[in-house]
Design a protein around this ligand. Structure first.
Ligand code: SAM
Length: 332
C-alpha cells in the first residue's frame, strides 16, 4: 500500500492517531531517527504500540519509509517534523509511553543554542506529553552534551532516574544506531540515560491548535504599484514581538495582488509563506484592500501569522495619511 508522507505542516493539530493507524495503541516517539534502524527495532519489539518517528531530513524519511514498507511494519510511521513542532502540535498531554532521542545534533555555538534539543522548553513539552510510568531514553557520544543533559534532567523532578548513576556507558542488548556505531568505532563511548515519568503535575501545555484565518481590510488611496514601489524603503524588514520573529522579505507584483514573501519564526514552528494585498474590486468603496495569507504552500495559522498580517497592514497604512483600517480578524 502506498502511503502519503506525513508532515506536521499538513497533519491536523493534533491528529487522530487511532484513525491514521486503524487501531488504538499506546504511542512510542523517536526524535531524529536517522536511518531508522532503531525505529524499526522498536516497531518489531513493540507490536502492541504505535511507533512514530520525527525527523527533518527527507533522505532519512525516504530510507526509513522504505525500511518500514520492506519489513511490513504496520505499527510504524514517520513524520516530516521538527521535534518542537511535533511535541507542541501533534501529541496530546500524557499520550506518549516512551520517548527516544539517539545522538541529537549538539548545536554548541551560542547562536545555535536555541536549536538544541536538550533544553528547558523542549524538556517541558516532553514531560507534559509523557504519561505517568512512561520512559525517556537519551544517548549521546559527546561528553559536554551528556553533562548538560544530566544537569537538565536533574532539574526535572517529574522524571526519576532508573540508572544507578546519572548515565551509564554500556547498554547491553541495545540495537546500535548508525551514528552510535560510528562513535564507538572512533573511540567515543556513548553516554546513555533512562528516566521514568512520575506523577508530579507537569506544566499545563495543551496541544497548540491552529488559529482561525486572519485578515485586515483597509482603505488606501494608493495603488498596488505604489505600495510595491514603497516596499524596499517602508514595508520590508524585520519585526520582533515577544517570541515571534518575522521578516517581510520581498514583494512580487502580480496582476491582481501584491505578494509578500514572509519568514515567521516562533518557538514551536518556523514558516516561510506569502502574504497578499488584494484590491477589493467588488467593494462599494474604491481603494479597499485586504491583507491576507496566501493558501500557497499550506501555511499553518499561528499567532506569528496573525502578527505578520497585522504588521504588514500597519506598515501599508502608514504609507498614506488617509489610509485606515476598515475591519479586521486578528487575535487580540
Ligand atoms: C546525529 S543524527 C542521529 C541519527 C540517529 N538517531 C542515529 O543515532 O544514527 C541527528 C538526527 O536528528 C535529526 N534532527 C536534527 N534536528 C532535529 C529536530 N529539530 N527535530 C527532529 N529531528 C532533528 C537529523 O536530521 C538527524 O537525522
Amino acid at each position: 500500500m502506498t502511503q502519503t508522507r506525513l508532515s506536521s505542516l499538513t497533519l491536523d493539530w493534533s491528529p487522530d492517531w487511532t484513525a491514521i493507524f486503524g487501531a488504538e495503541r499506546p504511542i512510542i516517539l523517536e526524535i531524529g531517527f536517522g536511518r531508522g534502524v532503531f525505529l524499526a527495532h522498536l516497531a518489531k519489539t513493540h507490536p502492541d504500540h504505535h511507533v512514530i518517528g520525527v525527523d527533518i531530513s527527507n533522505r532519512c524519511l525516504d530510507t526509513t519509509e522504505r525500511l518500514i514498507a520492506r519489513e511490513k511494519l504496520d505499527n510504524a510511521r514517520v513524520i516530516y517534523s521538527t521535534a518542537e513542532t511535533a511535541l507542541a502540535h501533534l501529541f496530546e498531554p500524557e499520550s506518549l509511553s516512551q520517548v527516544h532521542v539517539n545522538f541529537p545534533d549538539p548545536w554548541f555555538k551560542t547562536r545555535q543554542a536555541h536549536r538544541r534539543l536538550m533544553r528547558r522548553e523542549v524538556m517541558d513539552w516532553i514531560v507534559n506529553r509523557m504519561r505517568p510510568g512512561a520512559t525517556l531514553h537519551l544517548a549521546t557520544d559527546i561528553q559536554e552534551y551528556a553533562e548538560m543533559s544530566a544537569e537538565l534532567l536533574a532539574e526535572t523532578p517529574h522524571l526519576d532516574n532508573l540508572l544507578p548513576d546519572a548515565w551509564v556507558r554500556e547498554m547491553p542488548g541495545r540495537v546500535t544506531t548508525k551514528y552510535e556505531a560510528t562513535a564507538i568505532r572512533e573511540g567515543r563511548t556513548p553516554y546513555y540515560f533512562v528516566r521514568r515519568r512520575n506523577t508530579l503535575p507537569a506544566l499545563d501545555l495543551p496541544v497548540k491548535k491552529e488559529l482561525p484565518m486572519s485578515h485586515v481590510v483597509f482603505y488606501s488611496p494608493l495603488t498596488l504599484e505604489a505600495m510595491n514601489a514603497a516596499f524596499a524603503d517602508h514595508l520590508q524588514g524585520q519585526h520582533h514581538a515577544g517570541e515571534v520573529h518575522l521578516h517581510l522579505m520581498e514583494a512580487f507584483l502580480g496582476k491582481n495582488a501584491l505578494l509578500i514573501e514572509t519568514a515567521i519564526s516562533e518557538p514551536t514552528i518556523d514558516q516561510r509563506l506569502a502574504l497578499l494585498i488584494i484590491p477589493r474590486w467588488h467593494s462599494a468603496e474604491p481603494g479597499g484592500y485586504t491583507v491576507q495569507v496566501s493558501a500557497l504552500g499550506h501555511p499553518r495559522i499561528t499567532e506569528g501569522v496573525h502578527e505578520a498580517v497585522r504588521v504588514l497592514a500597519d506598515r501599508v497604512i502608514a504609507l498614506h495619511p488617509e489610509a485606515r483600517i476598515l475591519h479586521h480578524k486578528l487575535k487580540n
